[in-house]
Design a protein around this ligand. Structure first.
Ligand SMILES: [Zn+2]
Length: 162
């Protein structure tokens, strides 16, 4: 590469700001300019497209976030109702899922949250669902309204509305 100031061949050209424009200078000419910001060094156009690409990657990442599952709040009564429907006593169900009866009754009373393993056992034995999917109410949705829209975003929105 050639220094844009003196024309010397140099492997390490450095972007320096010289009277308003950014030039790639060799190390001996480098003193003449002032330091450039990252944005100036890569050029405005490149900076903008890089920033947009970063945002696209971030958005994509947010879309790929796994769904979150939480224990339903009425897990105790769901277990008890399902057990009674099957005509099982607490002791019978405890044996069936190889847990202590005291654990089962605590869960049914809502005094103990079952761990993942116990949730699975109860779900399988009783044919019920104890986990529910939660909509992640993170800042994702509010960010979307706050962030400046690009022309592409506007076009996409217009197309989605059709
Ligand atoms: Zn030079």
């Amino acid at each position: 590469m050639l220094c844009e100031m003196c024309g010397a061949e140099s492997a390490n050209l450095e972007p320096r700001k010289v009277s308003g424009s950014v030039l790639r200078l060799c190390s001996s000419c480098g003193e003449m300019g002032s330091q450039t910001s990252f944005r100036e060094s890569i050029g405005h156009r490149a900076y903008v497209s890089q920033a947009l690409e970063k945002r696209r990657q971030r958005d994509r990442y947010e879309e790929l976030e796994p769904d979150e599952y939480v224990l339903v709040s009425d897990y105790g009564s769901r277990v008890r109702r399902a057990r009674e429907k099957k005509g099982l006593g607490p002791a019978n169900l405890a044996i069936k899922i190889s847990e202590k009866k005291s654990i089962l009754t605590s869960v049914e009373a809502g005094n103990m949250k079952p761990n993942e393993k116990l949730i699975k056992k109860l779900e399988n034995a009783l044919g019920i669902k104890l986990l529910e999917k939660v909509e992640v109410q993170s800042s994702t949705s509010s960010n979307q309204t706050n962030k400046a829209l690009t022309m592409g975003d506007l076009l996409k929105q217009a197309m989605d509305e059709k």
